[in-house]
Ligand binder design. Structure first.
Ligand code: SF4
Ligand code: SF4
Length: 336
């Protein structure tokens, strides 16, 4: 098997960064995330971190992005679309859970007769070097959500071998091209892959989507939502949440339209111009989040919009736990 020695990992990233934008799990100050690799002095490569604080969704869906710029003079308006062609990009070290989240975003932004050209421009030339995950954490439940954590569907799969470096397995033609760029530093070596630890957390979601279809008005939503304070943290750290808002910024005659991350947990997200709000109360917004993840997305795309990364469990200030919610939803009676 090919192996990238531990002392050559930075060199490999620098070689790849010479031809593509490379995003790697880095710790920068108090925050970890998939950050553009520049080999900066303060950047600590965080391959051992379980799930970065911020998910990688910003790589295909930036927190803020310009869509159009315009100049309006009297009744005339000139509009210029801004679609950023990103060129080659690589995500390095992503885990199977976050990769499956990326595939869920692909379903939302690129299928069913609609292609979001802003998303597509960032996604189409993106290669993925994913790491097999042998040590899931106490809040991880990815396998229950259908994630293949040991053999993620990527261009290259890497296996972290500690001091020996990374076992390196190209899986696609794109992965073989990337591998060819590292020929000078990859070595052929017999290595034993790590032993995979069992997932400690499991949840059975069989039939849940179908059950939820009859639970829109169920009183359990009052109880489940009582602890939530609609802060929105769970949606920002979630790798699959993709609510956005479109806003205008202008100064004088010139301006631009941009979109930015938003959250279904906020009242303003569904506030209409006439004042009506179909999700005026906390319970309605809370219910929307869970029905979207566990029912609506499944009905439309045949996939869950939760990949079991556990970030929302770790980050919620009021200990709202999606596993407890799933178990409660499974347990309650639904009138026929
Ligand atoms: S992080 Fe917790 S309290 Fe905040 S919106 Fe999400 S579930 Fe509610
Ligand atoms: S809902 Fe929670 S566990 Fe599921 S993908 Fe989002 S952050 Fe991860």
């Amino acid at each position: 098997m090919k192996v990238l020695p531990a002392d050559k990992i930075r060199e490999a990233l620098n070689i790849l960064a010479g031809e593509a934008e490379v995003y790697a799990p880095l710790v920068r100050g108090d925050v970890s995330g998939y950050i553009k690799w520049t080999d900066g002095p303060g950047d600590e490569l965080a391959l051992d971190i379980l799930n970065t604080y911020m998910p990688p969704k910003h790589i295909v869906m930036p927190q803020t992005e310009n869509m159009y710029k315009f100049i309006a003079t009297g009744k005339d308006a000139q509009v210029t679309e801004i679609v950023t062609a990103e060129g080659p990009r690589i995500i390095f070290g992503i885990r199977g859970c976050d990769l499956q989240a990326l595939h869920a975003l692909d379903l939302a932004f690129l299928t069913r007769g609609y292609e979001d050209e802003f998303y597509k421009a960032r996604r189409q030339d993106l290669a993925v070097i994913a790491r097999a995950c042998y040590q899931p954490g106490p809040a991880c439940f990815c396998e229950s959500m259908g994630v293949d954590r040991l053999n993620p569907e990527a261009d290259v799969v890497i296996h972290v071998l500690g001091e020996q470096g990374l076992a390196w397995e190209p899986k696609t033609p794109k992965g073989k091209d990337i591998t060819a760029k590292l020929q000078g530093i990859l070595v052929d070596k017999e290595v034993a892959l790590p032993q995979a630890a069992d997932m400690k957390v499991k949840v059975d979601i069989t039939g849940l989507s179908e059950k939820l279809a009859g639970m829109f008005e169920h009183p359990v939503w009052d109880e489940l939502s009582s602890r939530c304070m609609n802060c929105g943290v769970c949606t920002y750290v979630c790798p699959t949440c993709y609510c956005f808002d479109i806003q205008v910024h202008n100064r004088g005659e010139a301006g631009n339209r941009f979109r930015c991350w938003d959250s279904c947990m906020y009242k303003e997200y569904t506030q209409m111009a006439g004042g009506h709000n179909p999700r005026e109360f906390k319970k309605e917004r809370f219910r929307q989040r869970f029905l979207h993840k566990l029912q609506y997305f499944n009905e439309r795309y045949g996939a869950n919009l939760c990949i079991g990364c556990g970030r929302c469990i770790i980050m919620c200030p009021n200990e709202v736990n999606i596993l407890e919610i799933i178990n409660k939803l499974k347990e309650v009676q639904v009138d026929a």
